[in-house]
Design a protein around this ligand. Sequence first.
Ligand code: ATP
Length: 274
Amino acid sequence: SKLSSQRKAMIPNVHWSDIGGLATAKKEILNTIQLPLLHPDLFGDLARTGILLYGPPGSGKTLLAKAVATEFSLNFLSVRGPELLNMYVGQSEQNVRDLFERARLASPCILFFDELDSLAPRRGRSSSDSSGVSDRLVSQLLTEIDQQQQDHHIFIIGATNRPDLLDDALLRPGRFDKLIYIGISNNHDDRKQMFQALTQKFQIVDEEYNIDDFVRSCPLNMTGADFYALASTAYLRAIRRLITNNQEKIDEENNIQTVTLIKSDFYDALEHFS
Ligand code: ATP
């Protein structure tokens, strides 16, 4: 099918250390997946549980799901709600069946549904022009989720910014029944850990740079995605500085140079950021 040709399931490369903060969420996800994975015989049907990560955009939901896959060497298959809906139009429930068949072939795996709310607006309330498409899609999705055999080890994780829009049927036991909130933290340690994770590979050669001071000067309510953008901007400034200062050297030697960051790269980035 179209779906299978589009996507290759593989183990991602996101490690726990790439995620800053979110300690509670990490622990909850681990507890939900680790024990059933290690002792499927003990858990039986109880192991059949789906996780729903909810919270504002850019807070790290996708990152977390990928880290779980990496941690447990699980393939990662992801599908965005709108994408599935589009494919569904004019085709058949077959697309949903194909998706789960792919998941079975890729198992043990994580099947990640991003933007789940767009995929599953409450049945019977969809706008008139959708002609029940999403109703049938949700029904098929529920059927597939319920029919899963435990020995396939397909862990279902959904993500949404709007859990209130989800069909209640999706939240019943055995479906997306484990709700985990992934929020924005204004706690200094959480923010610091996040920025630390995002800059861990940077070479910073400036004794004046102090991560605590810097993170304290960042505006409140920044998401992980915001911190990522900030770190990237700082890095780009360092690259630009390197090129401007060492143009001839780069041309001459034609080898890779180390990008080193200084304090002002971060503060200049912050100025342009906010
Ligand atoms: P959306 O709802 O928009 O899909 P999301 O919650 O799934 O958002 P992610 O895609 O996981 O957000 O995060 C976007 C990027 O932000 C990540 O790729 C990562 O670079 C950065 N990021 C988010 N949260 C964290 C975090 N806790 N630690 C480090 N980086 C983070």
